[in-house]
Design a protein around this ligand. Structure first.
Ligand code: SF4
Length: 242
């Protein structure tokens, strides 16, 4: 059982009518995106927000392909969650791996866990294990989705539904941009969405194993990501548009 000092899944919830409205809006957003673009892809981390989107994609039958960034540093629970999700929904989630040569170049320069040395090394590791694979995974796509929400952190307060991903020259959508944490967990409960086991152990946000830890009650929900860095560095670069 999780120690009481750590974050736990919220028990507050929106009204039934509010959740129904947001759910219908989410599905309509996905269908609208599907109708406007020919090749839409979704990068799932298997964490709560991304599971809501996955569930809504399946329920709405929007034609959106799923992939996950298999960085090589994920928790075993995340690896297992991919299989759980595929089985639950009867879908395939493409595994996108980093280039071995890029990973080796990082290790040669910084060491396996060199990202703890600071922002430059962390960016280099995320570049090799996440950004370059993401770029490869999005080749040929004309739009992609993320599970980002405004409420998640100070770096996301200006999120909108639709953005231009300048770096890749394609559209980018944040269909949960206006959802609260309570909305997410109410949806998961209502729809019986599979839950990543680390959410039950004090992790509100889940990334690579060495860069993610539990969060205390009352802390920012992304406080456990790259905790040794300043709060304005708590992004891996996946969502930098310029
Ligand atoms: S989250 Fe950590 S281990 Fe994962 S790619 Fe970034 S720096 Fe490397």
């Amino acid at each position: 059982m999780i120690a009481p000092e750590f974050w736990s899944i919220p028990t507050d919830a929106p009204s039934e009518s509010e959740l129904a409205r947001k759910t219908a809006t989410l599905k309509q957003r996905l269908l609208d995106i599907d109708s406007r673009f020919s090749d839409v892809r979704f990068a799932t981390s298997l964490a709560a927000e991304d599971m809501v989107i996955t569930d809504a994609i399946v329920q709405s039958k929007a034609n959106i392909k799923l992939f996950t960034l298999a960085t090589g540093r994920l928790h075993q629970e995340t690896v297992d969650m991919t299989k759980t999700t595929e089985k639950h929904y009867g879908i395939s989630i493409a595994q996108v791996y980093p280039e071995e040569s890029d990973v080796q170049a990082f290790i040669d320069q910084y060491g396996m866990n060199g990202f703890y040395d600071g922002e430059v090394a962390k960016k280099a590791c995320c570049g090799a294990r996440k950004i370059k694979p993401l770029n490869a995974a999005l080749l040929g796509a004309d739009a992609w989705l993320t599970g980002q929400r405004r409420e998640q952190s100070t770096t996301r307060v200006e999120l909108n539904l639709e953005e231009l991903d300048d770096a890749r020259g394609i559209a980018k959508f944040n269909p949960l941009f206006d959802w609260t944490e309570a909305d997410i967990w109410a949806y998961i409960k209502q729809e019986g969405v599979p839950v990543h086991p680390l959410h039950l152990k004090g992790y509100p946000s889940i990334g690579c194993e060495p860069c993610t830890r539990q969060v205390k009650q009352g802390e920012d929900i992304r406080a456990g990501r790259w905790w040794w860095l300043q709060s304005d560095s708590k992004e891996c670069g996946l969502h930098v548009n310029k």
